[in-house]
Ligand binder design. Structure first.
Ligand SMILES: *[C@@H]1O[C@H](CO)[C@@H](O)[C@H](O)[C@H]1NC(C)=O
Ligand SMILES: *[C@@H]1O[C@H](CO)[C@@H](O)[C@H](O)[C@H]1NC(C)=O
Length: 361
């Protein structure tokens, strides 16, 4: 039988609970990492504050009295308070909470531990409040990262949670490397040096997809656009040498390493083998071959005139020609008619008024 109503509801409730739990777990992990970051900032700011206050309360004189006053200030509660006050930006909730929660630890360190444990980050963040781990270690118990704590991820990646009480210690490898411990090379890279703890991956020759060495003879497989020659080396495929060009009709083909490109023919060509008016396969209309170069045809100087109407003139242009009316004539309804001179225009107007007084304006 299929699930009934109440069973389904229970199932949904359970999956909700699981989701909430999952979120809490990932949240907590992120919190552990950020808690260490906050602690690191606090101890960094502590050293800054320590340096800043070193110059304070020093009048510039060097009397014995001033010396004494200074050495007293150096280890004083007042100086500690001045440093602690400057640890957090007032807007940083996390920082202020951490400092407030652990204020007594700063006092303990300042008065009792400073000499024996001069590294505040180590004493406070790692050993006392336990939000950070030593370099190369991660997680609640500060376990060593993959590889070793000296060389996390064998020096070829970053260990998740490194130096914090969070993370899972997994490696995210640098470019060129892969695998759980970042000893393997990605496609396009090969192991130049490799043993159980050390790996150096180097990029293959540009003709290889995969390889075992640096030259084009060390390819396992050629990259697209390259092919194996008789010596089993990967060499460029000349896409332009094939009988049918991979380019469009009004383009010519240019071979490149591993590929090719198509470029537009000169406008005087109808098809071409290269750039310029002398590389045409045929001339475009309006052009003719003159000693191997396509040149404009002057339609106007041909024996048979092309502009046939009365008072028309021919004007040549690149690839064609136009017919225009001669000067003093203008085109009206496809004919070239004489333009009226200003006085002629007045005259005809005057005659019009006399002949048809009721004509429209
Ligand atoms: C504390 O450190 C943080 C990060 O390094 C910085 O942005 C902030 O300005 C510092 N606060 C003070 C008061 O120096
Ligand atoms: C691995 O190779 C590195 C670099 O060549 C070398 O320093 C290291 O001693 C080698 N380790 C082993 C276990 O052979």
């Amino acid at each position: 039988m299929l699930s009934t109503g109440p069973e389904l509801r229970l199932l949904r409730l359970l999956s909700c609970v699981t989701l909430v739990l999952l979120f809490q777990v990932t949240d907590a992990k992120r919190d552990l990492k950020s808690a260490c970051t906050t602690c690191q900032q606090i101890t960094d700011n502590f050293s800054k504050g320590f340096d800043r206050t070193a110059k304070q309360n020093f009048g510039g004189g060097n009397t014995a009295w001033e010396e004494r006053k200074l050495s007293k200030y150096e280890t004083s509660e007042i100086r500690l308070m001045e440093i602690v006050e400057g640890l957090c930006e007032s807007s940083s909730f996390e920082c202020n909470r951490m400092v407030e929660e652990h204020e007594e630890h700063f006092e303990t360190w300042w008065f009792k531990r400073k000499t024996k444990h001069p590294d505040l980050h180590k004493w406070f963040c790692i050993e006392t409040i336990k939000v950070c781990c030593p370099k190369g270690t991660f997680g609640p118990d500060c376990n060593a990262c993959v590889g070793s704590s000296e060389r996390p991820c064998h020096g070829n990646g970053m260990c998740d949670g490194d130096r914090t009480r969070g993370g899972n210690g997994k490696c995210s490898c640098n470019h060129g490397y892969e695998g759980e411990s970042c000893l393997d090379c990605i496609d396009g890279y090969f192991n130049e040096v490799r043993n159980d703890t050390f790996s150096l991956c180097t990029e293959c020759h540009s003709s290889c997809k995969t390889c075992t060495g640096a030259t084009n003879q060390d390819c396992d497989e050629c990259k697209e656009g390259w092919e194996e020659d008789e010596q089993e080396a990967c060499v460029d495929v000349n896409e332009c040498s094939t009988e049918s060009s991979p380019c469009k009709e009004d383009q010519y083909c240019v071979n490149t390493e591993g590929s090719y490109s198509c470029k537009a023919c000169d406008r005087v060509c109808s098809g071409c083998t290269g750039a310029g008016p002398d590389k045409c396969q045929a001339c475009a209309s309006g052009y003719q071959d003159a000693e191997g170069t396509c040149t404009d045809i002057d339609e106007c100087s041909q024996s048979e005139s092309v502009c046939t109407k009365e008072h028309q003139e021919c004007v040549n242009n690149k690839g064609s020609y136009v017919c225009i009316c001669s000067s003093g004539y203008e085109e009206q309804e496809d004919e070239c008619v004489q333009m009226m001179q200003p006085e002629q225009a007045e005259e005809s107007e005057a005659s019009e008024t006399t002949t048809s007084p009721h004509g429209e304006l």
